[in-house]
Ligand binder design. Structure first.
Ligand code: FAD
Length: 470
């Protein structure tokens, strides 16, 4: 029997996709990585995933798991490999409101988890622009961040338990709902962020948190980046650490956004070089209930701090959302960033983390350093500023691979000088492999290779991604 026939025996012929029907999977979201998979197989449950992996293990067939295919690091490139789509494992199995957990299958789309939690006045506090397509298996596998990390942490922090199909098809049951579990090595956290190189995530137990009763959202224009950090700290201090988003957009982005969406409004009446969207959330009733004059305490608290910051000169402008429509407009501007900025060629898409007090230094120095290598390069930085994550996109003057590499090394040098990382939230995939080889600690790389060999001796799980060869 051929592999396709054997796979059809597991999932049914209709769930083994070949030829041009694979188009939606054979290109990544940005359009940089195009590949020809052997087939895309679409199992319906964990047992079928297990049977597929057992077959792949015995035939030494490479397998690339795919969820929403919105990843930004080339992690789903699948030349000559079998793609394993988790999209039919799409059930929210249960929400336990008292324990505040959701038990979901790997193929559930992020916005569907948001909707399911919302029915119980809870939230799953991971959010980003691709929430309508990205699936929880892919989100866990990239340990995605997004706009709420400043308050809640990355996806890893939201996961209590996992079910994982190993390279040989065995099912590892780590579906714990426990907040404390020190029973040996933490294999859950090892699989999270492994981008499909150590196992296939088929289900997860997710931590939910109470739904905020009110939000205060504003666009602010700090005088400079250091002032932006002071404003963040002042708002955190005044509101008890309830800042949920602190998102930097430069004027260049505002201009690009309005060019792409001509109906969009400018955030301020006058232009400012630095724009930040800030959101504060109130979960307690006393902070969220309007008084007799209709004043909502959390909004008043934000307005008071912003007014004080205006007096000091750290803030030069601010617009507070007066209703939900204005809040949605502010979020839409931020969440369009990937669509606005990334669909260009040639492009270098850096996803950098630096300590919060080094963001200003990075932004001050990066353009000059890059233009010293490529005088014709232009750049744009959009940042999850509240957690020090800078999406530093460069448009080099040519497609020359050596030039691109030199530019990337320049950015890596600066990042390293500032105590940062070349990969913040998008992962490594294929696109950051060279950076891993150059920059990651040698002992850490050797340890990763040993773990990979132990868990996947035939190197069939997303081979060639994340861990560079020795
Ligand atoms: C518009 C847009 C905005 C974005 N904004 C952000 C942002 O703010 N923050 C952020 O962190 N990221 C952001 N991203 C990228 C983000 O990493 C991905 O959207 C998401 O985390 C990946 O989910 P996915 O379901 O699309 O996974 P995929 O792209 O399908 O897969 C991602 C990786 O995980 C592996 N994988 C997939 N499913 C599984 C599984 N079940 N088990 C094991 N391995 C698996 C794949 O092989 C691949 O290596 C954005 C992307 C887009 C397109």
């Amino acid at each position: 029997m051929t592999l396709i026939e054997q796979l059809s025996g597991v999932v049914g012929a209709a769930q083994v996709v070949t030829g041009s029907d694979m188009n939606k999977w054979s290109t990544d979201w940005i359009g940089t990585y195009k590949s020809n998979p052997i087939a895309v197989v679409r199992p319906a449950n964990t047992q079928e995933v297990s049977a597929i992996m057992a077959l792949a293990h015995s035939t030494k067939t490479p397998v690339v798991p795919v969820s929403g295919n919105t990843g930004l690091a080339g992690g789903t490139y699948a030349e000559g490999a079998l793609m394993l789509s988790l999209e039919r494992l799409n059930r929210v199995r249960t929400i336990k409101p008292d324990a505040q957990v959701a038990i979901v299958e790997a193929g559930v789309i992020l916005s569907a988890i948001h909707d399911a939690a919302d029915e119980h006045d809870l939230i799953f506090p991971v959010t980003f622009g691709a929430k309508g397509s990205a699936q929880i298996g892919g989100i866990l596998s990239t340990n995605a961040g997004g706009s709420n990390v400043v308050r809640y942490g990355n996806t890893r922090e939201q996961c209590l338990g996992l079910e994982v199909v190993m390279a040989d098809g065995q099912i590892m049951d780590l579906m714990s709902e426990l907040h404390k579990d020190n029973s040996g090595l933490n294999l859950r956290d090892l699989v999270i962020g492994a981008e499909g190189t150590l196992g296939i995530i088929t289900a997860a137990v997710l931590r939910l948190v109470p739904k905020p009763r009110a939000y205060a959202t504003a666009m602010i224009a700090p005088a400079n980046m250091s002032a932006a950090l002071s404003v963040l700290n002042a708002v955190q201090s005044a509101t008890g650490g309830t800042v949920e988003a602190f998102e930097f957009m430069p004027k260049a982005y505002i201009d690009m956004h309005m060019a792409k969406f001509p109906d969009a409004r400018a955030p301020f009446e006058t232009d400012h070089p630095i724009t930040v969207m800030i959101e504060v959330a109130a979960t307690a009733k006393r902070d969220a209930t309007p008084d007799e004059n209709g004043v909502v305490p959390i909004i008043e608290a934000l307005e008071t701090v912003l007014a004080e910051e205006f007096e000091t000169g750290r803030l030069v402008d601010a617009v507070v959302a007066q209703n939900e429509a204005q809040r949605v407009e502010m979020w839409a501007r931020r969440e369009a960033a990937a669509e606005v900025v990334l669909h260009y060629d040639p492009i270098i898409n850096n996803d950098i983390a630096v300590p919060l007090d080094q963001v200003a230094s990075f932004l001050d120095r990066a353009t000059g350093m890059v233009q010293a290598v490529d005088a014709g390069a232009t750049d744009i930085s959009i940042s999850h500023l509240g957690d020090g994550n800078i999406h530093y996109t460069i448009y080099p003057s040519s497609r020359d691979a050596a030039l691109k590499d030199k530019i990337v090394e320049t950015v890596e040098d600066l990042t390293r000088q500032l105590g940062g990382s070349f990969s913040a939230e998008h992962g490594i995939g294929l696109s950051k492999l060279a950076s891993m080889a150059r920059r990651k600690d040698r002992v850490a790389l050797a340890t990763m290779r040993q773990i990979k060999t132990a868990l996947d001796p035939h190197n069939i799980l997303n081979p060639g991604k994340v861990i560079p060869p020795a």
